[in-house]
Design a binder for this molecule. Structure first.
Ligand code: MN
Length: 230
């Protein structure tokens, strides 16, 4: 048992919880790629049900104050609106049938992506960590406990910029469903309370510019606005 650290551990990043004074401490952020067929097609890939792939963002990528800051000289920065699944419990090799028991609640997240840097990494067979995990790359809104929202399997997910709709889809279009994602991740990672899962984005991704106002909506979760800064 460790009784003393050489320095204070960095405090946990946390998300607000609707209807509660408590906060949700964020552990890891797992993300699934190409989980809506129409988005797979727009990125030039096969929309069929291929094995899923995942990447992670560090917890330090989370921003909760409704702002996003564009990194300097990083090329195009794309918005990807996503349903965030927040785990209140975890485990290893979690069966599909009981996977939803791990879900604490749901939120709206943006998987902000440095698209030019990602495209270059793809071409060279290099990792996506910088393109997907840079500081500020995971703006997240408050969580709605599953006890309030119920478990979400269908409903509109959309994003507008400065009043014009850019992304729109339905949660029922996910290629890999939430219980399946939890099951697959738990084969490789012992899932822990505080882990977040970003569940993929519907079609319509595109660049953001300083001054843009991104308005995201997910049926069953609510609405949330993020302002883009220079
Ligand atoms: Mn994404």
């Amino acid at each position: 048992m460790i009784t003393e650290f050489a320095f204070s551990p960095h405090p946990a990043v946390s998300l607000a919880i609707e209807g509660s004074d408590a906060s949700f401490p964020v552990n890891r952020i797992f993300c699934i790629g190409r989980n809506y067929a129409a988005h797979a097609v727009e990125m030039g890939h096969d929309p069929n049900r291929e094995p899923p792939f995942f990447f992670l963002k560090p917890a330090t990528a989370v921003v909760t104050n409704g702002t996003f800051s564009c990194p300097q000289a990083a090329g195009e920065v794309h918005h990807e609106v996503e349903l965030v699944v927040a785990l209140g419990s975890g485990g290893k090799d979690i069966p599909v049938e009981t996977a939803l028991d791990c879900v604490f609640g749901y939120g709206i997240g943006l998987d902000m992506t440095l698209r030019d840097i990602q495209a270059k990494a793809k071409k060279l067979g290099r990792p996506w960590d910088v393109a997907k995990g840079f500081d500020g790359s995971a703006p997240c809104g408050p969580l709605v406990p599953a006890s309030r929202s119920g478990h979400l399997a269908k409903g509109t997910i959309s994003l507008s910029i400065n009043g014009t709709e850019r992304q729109s889809g339905d949660l029922d279009q996910m290629i890999w469903k939430i219980p399946e994602i939890i099951n697959i991740l738990s084969r490789y990672f012992r899932l822990l309370p505080g882990d977040l899962i970003m569940t993929g984005t519907p079609a319509g991704v595109g660049p953001v510019e300083p001054g843009d106002r991104l308005h995201a909506r997910i049926e069953g979760v609510g609405e949330w606005t993020v302002s883009v800064q220079g």
